[in-house]
Ligand binder design. Sequence first.
Ligand SMILES: [Zn+2]
Length: 484
Amino acid sequence: MRATSRGLRVASCGFLVLMLLAAGATYARTVDIGGARVETRMAGKVECVPLSTVAAALNGRYWRVDDRFVMVLPGDSVRPGREYVFRADSTCALCDSRRVTLPAAPVLDSSRLYLPVAALPDLFPSTSVPDLTTVDTARRGDTLIFTFGGQCRSGEKFVGFGDSRSSLEYRLVISARRDSGLGRQVALLSLTPPGMLKTVTLDSGPGAILSFVFRQPAAERLAVLTDRVELRVWPRPERAIKRLVLDPGHGGDDPGALGRRGTREKVVVLDVAQRLKKKLEKQGFEVILARDTDKFVSLAERSKCGNDRRADLFISIHANSAPNRAACGLETYFLSEAKTDWERAVAARENAVFDTGGSSAGLYAGGDVGLILADLAQNEYLVESSELAARIQEATVPYARIKDRGVRQANFYVLRNGFMPAVLVECGFLSNKSEEKLLRQPEHRERLAEGISRGIVEFAKLYSPKVNGSPSGGQNPKNPKSKS
Ligand SMILES: [Zn+2]
C-alpha cells in the first residue's frame, strides 16, 4: 500500500507534520527533472520517483512489454530524442541501446515502476546549464592550465566542447555570459597573456565562445568535470609529415570480409588505397603501399614496412562485416584497449589472420593481454593517432555521404608496433546490401579516397600551419562543430 507524500501534505494538520518530521524529513522531498519539480517517495530504503511521473514531466510516453518498461522522450532544440528500457530489480538499463548501470535498481509496486532518485541526474541531464564565472591559470612545465569554475546545483552539469581550427587557434564553447566576472577576467588575461598564448577573447552567443590564439603550434586537451572545466595546452612537437604508409588489408589467400554478392574486402580496399595514393602524391606526400597487388602480406610485415621506411603516418584500409545485416557506416580506429564488445569483435576479425599462420603467433596468448595493454598505455602516439582518426572520420563521412559510426578504439595488431601515428579505417559494411552495392562502385571508392585524403591533409596542417595558409578557418565562429 502506498501512502503518497502528496496525500499527506494535503492533510496539513500540525500533528501529521510533526509525525512526518519525526519519521525523517526526506519523505516530502522533491527533485528537479527537466525543469519540473517532482515529489519523491521511499521504496524500502530507496528514494524513488514513479516512471509515469518522469514521462509526464519530460513530455514522454512509456509502456510495458513483459517485464520491461520502455520510455520514449521526444527531442528538442537542446537534446535529441531518447529511448530508455528499464527492468524492475535490475541495475542494468538501456539508453538508446547503450547499457547503463544504475546506482540502484528500479522498484516494481502494484505494477508501477519507480526509478531511484540517485539515477536521475545521469539518466535525464538537466537542460538548465550553470554559468562558468571564474578562470584561473597555472603553468606546469610547458603546459598551460586554464581552470574555469562556477556554481552549479546538483543535477546541473557544466557544458564545454572544443573546436581546434588549426594548431594555432582553438575555440572553446562554454556556458558563460560576456558580462559576467569571467568576461572581465578574460579581458585581463588577454592584456598579459602567459607563455605561448598570444590572445584570448570571449564572444557571447547561445554558448559563449572563448577563442585562443597561440604563438606556436599547440596541442590541447579538454576535461569537463563536475565542478569545473579544465583546458590544458602545450607546445606541439615540430614534425613534418611527408611519408605515409597505406596498408590495404588482407590479400592473397586471405580475402577478408565477403559480401553477399561475392565482393571481397581485399579487392575493394586495394582499389581505395591506390586511389588514395594518387591523391596524396598530388598533395606532395610520399606514399608507400604495404601491398600493391593481390598478395598475402603478414601483419608483422605490414607494420615493419612503416617502421623500416621511417614513415610519418600509417593508415590501414579495411571494409567491415557484421552478423547484423542492417549495420552500416564508416568507423575509424586508433590503437587502444577496446572499450565495447563491438570494438573487440572487429579487432578479433581483423587480427584473425594471426591464428591461421601469421608470423607472430603467441602474442594473442591469453596471459599476455595485460602486458599488451601496459604497452599500449605507453604508446606516445596515442593522442596523435586519435586526432588523425578524428580528422579522417570528420572529412570522410560528409564527403562519401556515409553513416557516421564514430572514432573507435581497439587493439589491432597491425597498429600495435608502429613508431608513428597509426589508424585503421573501416570503409563500410560488405555485409550490408546497399553498402556492398556502393563499395562495388568506383565512384563511391573515389569519394572514400577523397574523404580520407582530406582528413590526412587536415591532420598534416596541424604540424605545419604556415605552409598551409591562414590559421583561422573560413567557418562561421558562431556555429562551431562539436568534437566528441
Ligand atoms: Zn579487414
